[in-house]
Design a protein around this ligand. Structure first.
Ligand code: HEC
Length: 135
């Protein structure tokens, strides 16, 4: 009898965890497939200058939520759900430049839609800065 209860418990837990990981997976923010093809227009030799411009934009526009080093720990993000992402993480850094650009441009939930606020070049500058945050 005790054995049966244990089995039921384990079964229930397995179903619950499966469901949770499915829901979390569902909530992952995925840029549409076409976003991968958006090419970073800034040439390799100009990337570091671009990233420096991006760093300034990041300080005034992004740091409040994403934190001084982009770890997702800014004071403005504490009460948000979902929280601002850790931009240094593999989850973000493994994405194509175009996907990061697309997300910055379009926003979601509390992530601001920057398309109407920052110029296209400014958004690429920020993408190039975000790349420098890779751990
Ligand atoms: C008001 C707070 C806030 C500000 C300001 C903000 N963000 Fe976000 N950001 C968020 C939140 C919240 C999310 C998570 C949104 C979600 O998953 O639905 C997010 C998500 C992102 C993502 C997507 C990460 C991923 O792959 O899931 C990127 C990239 C990003 N922000 C970059 C920026 C940049 C660059 C700026 C400045 C130009 C900025 N954010 C400003 C709150 C903010």
């Amino acid at each position: 009898m005790i054995m049966n209860h244990k089995l039921l418990y384990i079964l229930g837990l397995t179903v619950f965890l499966g469901f949770m990981s499915f829901t979390l997976q569902e909530d992952r923010w995925k840029a549409p497939d076409g976003a991968k093809d958006l090419k970073n227009p800034i040439s390799a030799s100009e990337r570091s200058e671009s990233a420096e411009r991006g760093a300034k934009i990041f300080k005034t526009r992004c740091m409040i939520c994403h934190g001084a080093k982009g770890k997702g720990d800014g004071i403005g993000g504490k009460a948000l759900s979902p929280k601002p992402q850790n931009l240094t993480s593999g989850m973000v850094q493994s994405q194509f430049d175009g996907e990061i650009f697309w997300k910055i441009t379009n926003g979601r939930n509390d992530m601001i839609k920057w398309g109407p606020i920052l110029s296209e070049e400014q958004r690429w500058d920020v993408v190039n800065y975000v790349r420098t945050l890779k751990q």
